[in-house]
Design a protein. Structure first.
Ligand code: ZN
Length: 230
């Protein structure tokens, strides 16, 4: 399968045909992740980039008071498009490109918090909205629905706050994406308008790992200069 992640950087979930059955959707998510692992260049479990993302994700899950945090898996795909999505079944994927693109760990936490929200808010269990925009790639159909995205943004904001990160990061990461060439600017700006950032500086934010080291590692491996958001 050709790995084209362009256009997936809206942070939509990869939603199955939801029919209210959460257990079936969990099993489907785990199966989807298994098939992605067979065909996509995912980083291995002991890779420093993967370990960092897994730690950051688990920290947020624990903060959200979700059970069995160790069963939540955060994967990293070697792809330079900045993207992240939830697969279902507590499985998530972020790209090298996203990690290299964000300004800081708080912004990266915002992306993960948004994806955790899709899982937490049962977006995989409930009916997919009929007007959802569908983006097909490989064998997966991505549903994109503005109301669902906004609900996940608002949940993420609260999770960032309780984890000690800057809640404005949700807004900032959407701004960063909206400034990229070819971005779906009006969709992203609609989401940004729902967030009302306070632009206050936060001191003593958590630091799960050294994002600068992780970023340097990605750049050295890929041999590609990746512009980051300012
Ligand atoms: Zn989303």
């Amino acid at each position: 399968m050709t790995l084209s992640l362009a256009g997936l950087w809206l942070f939509g979930g990869l939603l199955g045909n939801g029919n209210g059955d959460c257990r079936a959707s969990t099993e489907a998510g785990i199966r989807t992740m298994q098939s992605l692992a067979e065909s996509w260049p995912l980083r291995f479990a002991n890779d420093p980039v993967r370990r960092y993302i897994q730690r950051l994700g688990q920290q947020l899950v624990a903060e959200a008071d979700l059970h069995d945090a160790e069963n939540w898996r955060f994967f990293v795909v070697r792809n330079l498009e900045p993207t992240a999505f939830a697969v279902g079944g507590n499985r998530f994927v972020v790209s090298d490109g996203l990690i290299a693109f964000v300004r800081n760990e708080s912004d990266l936490a915002a992306v993960l918090a948004h994806e955790i929200a899709h899982q937490r808010l049962r977006h995989f269990c409930d009916h997919a909205p009929t007007d959802a925009k569908r983006i097909r790639y490989g064998s997966i159909v991505q549903h994109f629905d503005l109301d669902t995205e906004r609900a996940a943004d608002i949940y993420a904001l609260r999770l960032l706050e309780s984890a000690g990160y800057n809640p404005d990061s949700m807004y900032e990461v959407l701004r960063c994406l909206s400034e990229r060439p070819g971005a779906p600017v009006s969709q992203l700006q609609t989401r940004m308008r729902s967030l009302k950032p306070s632009f206050t500086n936060r001191a003593n934010m958590p630091n799960i790992g050294n994002l600068e080291e992780i970023r340097t590692h990605i750049l050295e491996e890929s041999g590609t200069p990746i512009q980051r958001c300012r």
